[in-house]
Design a protein around this ligand. Structure first.
Ligand SMILES: [Zn+2]
Length: 154
């Protein structure tokens, strides 16, 4: 489905922000929120961009984990079996790990992906919480309960 933007000027501004209005002051956000609520085109684009953000975050985190695993494996084989040239491989794996972490941090800073993940995690926690029997639920500390519900702790 491919609908056109109902207000290309506002849509253009939103496109420039990659449809991320989380960094904009609440007072200025209203018009853009209204537009996203009414414009199917921009809402679809927003979903698409957030999916890319999450994908990048997952990919860079996975990449860091793989390099970390490679480093540990090389180190293990080098110490137990005397692997040759292991230092060069270790350096390579450590470098890959460092670059992956740096990229993951960059994605985390420049996109609202952490916010989206946090919101999804909270939603999931709320779902689990709602299914718990009352006697267990009442034992969960008040502060944790408030965090799951998304209210600031008193
Ligand atoms: Zn639009």
């Amino acid at each position: 489905m491919n609908t056109d933007c109902i207000d290309p000027i506002v849509g253009g501004i939103l496109a420039g922000w990659r449809y991320d209005i989380s960094g904009i002051a609440a007072a200025m956000r209203g018009d853009y929120e209204d537009h996203l609520a009414t414009c199917e085109h921009c809402r679809a684009r927003q979903r698409f961009h957030r999916r890319i953000d999450i994908g990048l975050l997952v990919l860079t985190s996975l990449s860091a984990a793989v390099f970390m695993g490679a480093f540990v494996a090389i180190w293990y084989f080098a110490t137990h079996f005397g692997l040759r040239h292991s230092f060069a491989f270790e350096l390579l794996a450590a470098g890959g790990f460092g670059i992956s972490v740096a990229m993951a941090i960059m994605v985390g800073i420049t996109t609202p992906a952490p916010l989206v993940v946090k919101r999804a995690a909270r939603q999931k926690a709320r779902l689990v919480h709602d299914r718990l029997p009352e006697e267990i639920r009442s034992r969960i500390p008040e502060e944790v309960r408030a965090r799951i519900a998304g209210e600031p702790p008193q």
